[in-house]
Design a protein around this ligand. Structure first.
Ligand SMILES: [Fe+2]
Length: 143
């Protein structure tokens, strides 16, 4: 499992969704590395890709809704980062269905995805957690 406790941002819903993304990506990489027939792998990879394509949207929407709810100051910038990532996944999905199955291509892509996810969750998203939790604390104090 690639997930680490220190990736948590301290917001339960977001942490759960992040863990799910890491899990799926881990499965994806394992499938590509496995010695199953390419036809089997292709099916499996396709399933994971479709799931991730949708799940990433669900997750980013949920994360952005929280940012709005708590008036996160870097919302626009963060939103743009999410948009760019979604575009990259979509572009890959297109290429993937057009080309022959190719382990190297998939490993390169999944490696890039993993690097992105780790950097994003371990760094960029941490600021959201800090912000939300400090707002929550202030709200508690005012009660
Ligand atoms: Fe994010």
């Amino acid at each position: 499992m690639i997930w680490r406790e220190e990736y948590k941002i301290g917001v339960e819903l977001v942490d759960e969704q992040h863990q799910e993304l890491f899990k799926r990506l881990g499965d994806f990489i394992q499938t590509v590395r496995s010695d199953q027939e390419n036809s089997e792998k292709k099916k499996e990879v396709e399933r994971t890709l479709n799931f991730m394509g949708e799940y990433v949207v669900t997750h980013f929407d949920a994360e952005e809704a929280l940012q709005k709810r708590f008036n996160y100051p870097d919302f626009e910038e963060h939103h743009q980062i999410h948009e760019d990532f979604k575009a990259e996944v979509a572009e890959f999905q297109e290429k993937y269905s057009a080309d022959e199955y190719d382990d190297d291509f998939l490993l390169e892509f999944s490696g890039r995805l993993l690097t992105w996810l780790i950097n994003h969750v371990a760094s960029t998203d941490q600021d959201i957690g800090e912000h939300i939790n400090s707002v929550k604390e202030k709200e508690e104090e005012l009660k």
